[in-house]
Design a binder for this molecule. Sequence first.
Ligand code: ADP
Ligand code: MG
Length: 411
Amino acid sequence: EFPAEWLDAWSVEDGSQAATTLFADVFGEQPDGVWSAPGRGNLIGEHTDYNGGFVLPFALPHRTYVALRRRDDGRVRLSSAQEPTPWEGTLADVVPGGVAGWPAYVVGVAWALREAGYDVGGFDAAVTSCVPYGAGLSSSAALEASVAVALDAVHGLGLAGPVDAVSDAGRKVLAAACIRAENEMAGAPTGGMDQAASLRAQAGHALLLDCVSLDVRHIPFDLAADDLALLVIDTRAEHQLVDGQYAARRDTCETAARVLGVGTLREVTDLDAALATLAAPGALDGTGQDPAVVARRVRHVVTEIERVREVVDLLDSGRTTAVGPVLTAAHESLRDDYEVSCHELDVAVDSAVQAGALGGRMIGGGFGGSAIALVHASEVEQVAGDVAAAFASEGLRAPGFLVAVAAAPAG
Ligand code: ADP
Ligand code: MG
């Protein structure tokens, strides 16, 4: 069997200990406490968020840990085991565009909470994480969310709620601050799914998020009960020109919605009628858009929103194995209609399915990052080995693997 590299999650005890030790090494004292937040996977619903649709993410067992101590002088000092450069500054001086690199994700949360009227002051923080970095599993939201619950606790905001009485309303506020940190301070345009998953998901459940209202519903998601497992494959692919592609997809969707006379593509109820409208002579004149491309993009978004509903129905009614083919259909739609896949993601999905997976798809924005595959629990090792072998025979970098179970939110 071909060797697969496993990216194991730390236990909460180990992660907390590592963060505490780092804090003591860097700052020479003990933190007030340690808080942590998970990365996320997304079962279904890709490129649906900015189209007003639904997504179905879940929290990973892989978490980012922050040991944090409150300061009363408005100063902030930061250190991360994953980054060589620490940071120091004064919170009142922090403005969008004024903080570069990883510290923006951390001070951005404090800045956004202050902007929202919460009395957040200075702090020392030491960060460490087992969430794969930049792998499309949202290490950025895990970092933001861990800081958000830490600041909530040390500054007594009362938003996260105690572990036994989690406050979703308060966590929605924290998620909004994390989104502002990422969009405005770190300058990364993301839709809000990652922060919702990290702060508002529940163990054993996927999180059905309505991207317009930001309302959530917890969908039972216990694959082990059906002898199934979700294999996550970090392709480690790095591709350039991704930013422009994301903006282009959004632009095409907005143009299509305008021509169709709807606010977002979520409102399209009759796909064939919409495609006919877009195909009418002159319908897209002056938009600079290619009608055939627009049709493919719209078809992905509308069918993907439908696939979220389908997967929720399947999970609600306990027909979990039937989720597999829906994942594969989503991959084909992302590959052929939305055109955001890449060779590594296609190899991951194709080789997993060939090895016996019930289905699989790329997750995240595309052009790299991770894929998921729904597999029989007894075949996890074998499927991972076959995928690793396929990468090797294609001459690709060795992928990393983890088994996802729907884990607990930030706390
Ligand atoms: P993803 O969220 O998919 O992992 P992103 O590019 O959105 O990828 O976020 C990765 C960035 O988030 C890193 O480059 C770094 O700036 C920041 N980050 C995430 N985790 C940490 C960490 N443990 N320590 C410091 N910075 C982190
Ligand atoms: Mg991210």
